[in-house]
Design a protein around this ligand. Structure first.
Ligand code: URA
Length: 222
């Protein structure tokens, strides 16, 4: 498992299989002419695919059931441990619906980090996490990994709250090589799940040949 980016193999990086469906959806997201309602619909579909993908990296334990056919036993598995979703506000909030659709009654924390539009530096505002966050597996959600600044800041808050680094899965849609290097070199025990690896950043630290500002397009604040 793992993935190679610019000659470096990252065992903790998981890129979703480039199925025809995912490629069509990603192409639509990257189309500047995609009408806003189609864009939000498509983003929701990609977010759902990525949340489903990320859930595969949670640990499971043996679970035995009795089948309805002749009451025969079956040795299966069930998820081990409890989870919490933590979105990096604002774009990460767009992934909350997908997580709620997959995991009933899931708890949701938020970390508000805003990127300074001028310097592209992240600024921390606040975090709201469940009190028992340290005992849970965390799905840290942000569809865009550009410089990695916001993700690193969010990681700092989670570790400060006592979450084990190896219990964190970063759920993402587009990741830049720079963001991957920054995040995974500082936090090698996390898992990163993404739909695509971008070619790099432009001078304003936006991801090149990609979908633009996810939060603005999703929430209609363009
Ligand atoms: N955040 C976004 O929404 N888009 C980018 O290209 C980079 C960061």
């Amino acid at each position: 498992m793992g993935y190679q980016v610019n000659g470096v193999h990252w065992p903790q990086l998981h890129v979703h299989q480039q199925t025809a469906q995912l490629r069509c959806l990603m192409t639509a997201l990257c189309d500047k002419h995609c009408p806003p309602s189609d864009w939000v619909f498509t983003a929701d579909r990609v977010n759902r695919i990525m949340v489903e993908f990320a859930l595969n990296f949670l640990p499971v334990q043996p679970h035995h059931v009795i089948t309805p056919v002749d009451d025969e036993p079956l040795s299966g598995v069930k998820f081990a441990g409890r989870i919490v979703g933590v979105s990096i506000v604002r774009a990460g909030e767009a992934m909350e619906t997908a997580l709620r659709s997959c995991c009933r009654n899931v708890r949701l924390g938020k970390i508000l980090v805003q990127r300074d539009e001028r310097t592209a530096e992240p600024r921390y505002y606040m975090a709201k996490l469940p009190t028992d966050v340290a005992t849970r597996h965390v799905l840290l959600m942000d569809p865009m990994l550009a410089t990695g600044g916001s993700a690193l800041m969010a990681m700092g808050k989670l570790l400060e709250a006592g979450v084990k680094e190896s219990n964190i899965i970063f759920v993402n849609v587009v990741a830049s090589p720079e963001g991957i290097r920054n995040l995974l070199s500082k936090h090698p025990a996390i898992q990163v799940c993404t739909a695509s690896i971008a070619e790099g950043l432009n001078s304003q630290k936006y991801i090149r040949r990609s979908l633009g500002d996810f939060g603005d397009r999703y929430f209609g604040t363009l």
